[in-house]
Design a protein around this ligand. Structure first.
Ligand SMILES: [Zn+2]
Length: 222
């Protein structure tokens, strides 16, 4: 049973990664009608929102490394997203701009996530090790501390979900309002962003499954 739970968790994670890479590869080959690249689209949406001071930078990282950096207040796009005018590029660019807008508007879940962040980082480094030490040594207190840390990770991943969905929702509205996509292209952009959102859902469910597996292992040892 424990092995099955483990395999489902791993399988779910890989499946979501496979789906988002597939969607990205596919929509990278579909150009938008207005032929604006990701960098231009990002710049124009930011300007339309009055966020002139948020730079759009090209990062040298690989595919799907695109992100908004809240500390530097910069939108960082991978070379393909920055330079190309595909559905994938403009969808991802508009999504990252969505995070910049959330940050500027002090979107409620951002504050909540920042509060949890320090604890989530510590838990991310130590949760699994502490839980396993507790399991092997038989010290319940250590095991429960480990479990609590894993639940912090799960809570953090859960709070990330509305933030990601909201950034994608903003992206689609802004792409359409700015005339960067037509109706058909908007549907494609939505498919692309839905596939990306699946990786966040999969990560959350996988953490829950791993917690369940630890509890099963602990029960068996008693
Ligand atoms: Zn995002």
């Amino acid at each position: 049973m424990e092995t099955i739970v483990y395999l489902i968790a791993i399988g779910l994670t890989f499946w979501a990664q496979y789906k988002v890479k597939g969607a990205y590869l596919h929509f990278s080959t579909v150009p938008t009608n207005n032929r604006m690249n990701g960098a231009t689209v990002a710049r124009r949406i930011l300007d339309a929102k009055g966020l002139y001071d948020v730079p759009v930078q090209m990062s040298q990282n690989g595919v799907l490394s695109d992100h908004f950096d809240p500390k530097a207040n910069t939108v960082n796009l991978s070379p393909k997203v920055y330079n190309e005018s595909s559905i994938a590029s403009v969808a991802v660019a508009a999504h990252e701009v969505g995070h910049a807008i959330q940050y500027a508007e002090k979107y409620s879940f951002i504050g909540l996530r920042n509060t949890l962040l320090p604890m989530a980082i510590i838990s991310g480094h130590m949760g699994w090790i502490v839980a396993f030490i507790g399991l092997i040594s038989g010290f319940d207190a250590i095991f429960y501390l480990g479990l609590a840390m894993l639940m912090v990770i799960a809570a953090f991943q859960f709070i990330t979900l509305p933030i990601e969905f909201d950034a994608s929702k903003r992206a689609l509205v802004n792409l359409e309002e700015g005339g960067f996509v037509d109706l058909d292209e908007r549907a494609d952009a939505k498919s692309m962003l839905s596939a990306a959102a699946m990786t966040y859902i999969a990560a959350f469910v996988a953490t829950l499954l791993q917690i369940y597996r630890l509890v099963l292992m602990s029960n068996r040892r008693r």
